[in-house]
Design a protein around this ligand. Structure first.
Ligand SMILES: [Zn+2]
Length: 184
């Protein structure tokens, strides 16, 4: 776990501000992480983990903090349980189940907005970890949903894009209204 040593003092790290939809960077397709990006990514991780844990949230993708790069964080551990941080670099889904699951989703870039989304119940994902190793991982339930949601972000896709146009527009209007009130 030495890759995650920085998490021991994470509560003291200032959280990176999270961008709220409709910020254009949230709609961009990210570019692959290259070896020369790793130093930059390591610099970003403490602030990003701090933001995710403070929110609290279970996932955060690079575009949500303004970086159009193909990486995301997830941690679906229960609040009182030991942390289970994962950094997914250049993730790809190798296979997914025919079995679908419905789960209520939210997003730190769409605060206070929730809706049921249908996705494959389990997936096999391949990615590089912080050490540069290629990892293949089976995920199901909440972790599968979370990884798919974060990987959507890397394609410029938000969870509301899985809903009907009517529902999506309703949520986006409600979000815009709430954000406007907040700014007053
Ligand atoms: Zn999200």
């Amino acid at each position: 776990m030495s890759e995650f040593d920085f998490l021991s003092g994470i509560d003291e790290v200032p959280p990176t501000p999270i961008l709220i939809a409709p910020q254009p960077v949230l709609r961009q397709v990210t570019r692959d992480v290259r070896p020369e990006d790793m130093a930059f990514i390591r610099e970003q991780l403490p602030g990003m983990f701090s933001a995710m844990y403070k929110a609290p949230g279970i996932g955060l993708a690079a575009p949500q903090v303004g970086h159009s790069l193909r990486f995301a964080l997830v941690d679906v551990a229960e609040e009182d349980a030991p942390r289970e941080p994962i950094v997914l670099i250049n993730p790809e889904i190798v296979s997914d189940s025919e079995q679908m699951a419905v789960r209520e989703e939210g997003c730190l870039s769409l605060p206070n907005q929730y809706a049921e989304v249908v996705r494959p119940e389990s997936i096999r994902v391949r990615y590089r970890n912080l050490a540069g190793d290629i990892i293949e991982k089976e995920a199901s339930d909440l972790l599968a949903t979370c990884i798919q949601h974060e990987m959507d972000h890397l394609e410029g896709i938000l969870f509301v894009d899985h809903l009907s146009t009517i529902k999506r527009n309703m949520i986006m209007r409600r979000l815009a209204k709430e954000q406007k009130l907040k700014r007053r």
